[in-house]
Write a protein that binds this ligand. Sequence first.
Ligand SMILES: [Zn+2]
Length: 133
Amino acid sequence: MHIYDAVFLEDLCPKFKIRQWRKSIHKFTGKSCIYCGKPSESIDHVLPRSQGGLSTTENCVPACLSCNGDKSDENAFYWYRRQKFYDPRRAMAIRAWLEGDLRLAIRLLQWANPNFQINNKNHEKDESAYKAA
Ligand SMILES: [Zn+2]
């Protein structure tokens, strides 16, 4: 799973580049798991590599070790729907992420979790809307 993915990625690119890329993925969600919101410790392939999933930003989401290990090679959406922490807004966020619309994905994650913190001034407007609601 993620351990093998790391080896695979490092075969393709210099280690430094991979580290920067991984960091940027975690940064998008404020280092929280896209599935459950706990601290993200790994990168999960939404479409598993065993099913042809690529190691691209669109297919790689921040995930905690628990979600990453539990999901394993299952389809992310089927797996996620069965979880106790399932949230349709997060499911939508994962879908937006897959489509490469990270802005929308981040917005949906913020909606799912109002405590979601991200250092981006552009999101201030959205945050004040939550407080008013
Ligand atoms: Zn998780």
